[in-house]
Design a binder for this molecule. Structure first.
Ligand SMILES: CC(C)(COP(=O)(O)OP(=O)(O)OC[C@H]1O[C@@H](n2cnc3c(N)ncnc32)[C@H](O)[C@@H]1OP(=O)(O)O)[C@@H](O)C(=O)NCCC(=O)NCCS
Length: 173
């Protein structure tokens, strides 16, 4: 009787996204926007093409942009976390003048609670810590994600985040 063949576990560790992943990043971004209460619009919504171009271009800027993603054999790209480096005025605690920012953290609803977002976040942290000069990394958390972020060391900053929304020159009225 032949011995059973043990299949190696599929590799679900995060990899760095490339420009070719831009359409999938937009697909997941729409999922995130909808779950955060926004309206992502239909497949032809103008922001999608703009975001696809943006992701494809930024993915080529390895020094200031990194997206870590997890692939699934059946569904393709199912999880992502994106980090960028913003130029900031240097100061004593940030001598390189690099401020990290994380956004677009989302996992396909069919593949949640499997550790994908945590793995992508850990990969991003490694990148920020070892490949950028960032010493501060900011993000805005949703209720679903705040526990994940706190478990990774993110804490509420001492100063409040304030936001001003502008209508721009095209606003009616
Ligand atoms: C938040 C989100 C990215 C988590 O993705 P995920 O791949 O399921 O996350 P993980 O499996 O790595 O879970 C990591 C931890 O996050 C927390 N977490 C994940 N989903 C949660 C939920 N629905 N409610 C509360 N905590 C949750 C848990 O602490 C979890 O650890 P545990 O499974 O050991 O308890 C996913 O639920 C999502 O895409 N939500 C919609 C978009 C969103 O809110 N994005 C965050 C923007 S800031």
């Amino acid at each position: 009787m032949p011995h059973p063949v043990t299949q190696p576990a599929p590799d679900r560790s995060p990899r760095r996204a490339t420009a070719a992943d831009a359409p999938a990043l937009v697909r997941l971004r729409a999922v995130m926007i909808a779950e955060m209460g926004g309206d992502p619009g239909g497949p032809d919504a103008p922001w999608r093409a703009a975001a696809q171009t943006w992701f494809a271009q930024r993915a080529q800027d390895g020094a200031a942009f990194a997206a870590f993603v997890v692939d699934d054999p059946a569904l393709g790209l199912v999880s992502v976390a994106v980090g960028v480096c913003d130029r900031h005025a240097p100061g004593p605690t940030e001598p390189a003048g690099v401020r990290g920012r994380i956004f677009n953290v989302v996992t396909d609803p069919r593949r949640r609670r499997r550790g994908h977002a945590r793995a992508c976040m850990r990969a991003l942290r490694e990148w920020f810590e070892h490949e950028t000069g960032a010493r501060v990394v900011d993000l805005v958390a949703t209720d679903d994600a705040v526990g994940l972020y706190r478990s990774l060391g993110f804490a509420t900053p001492p100063d409040p985040l304030l936001r001003l929304r502008l209508d721009g020159p095209d606003a009616g009225g």
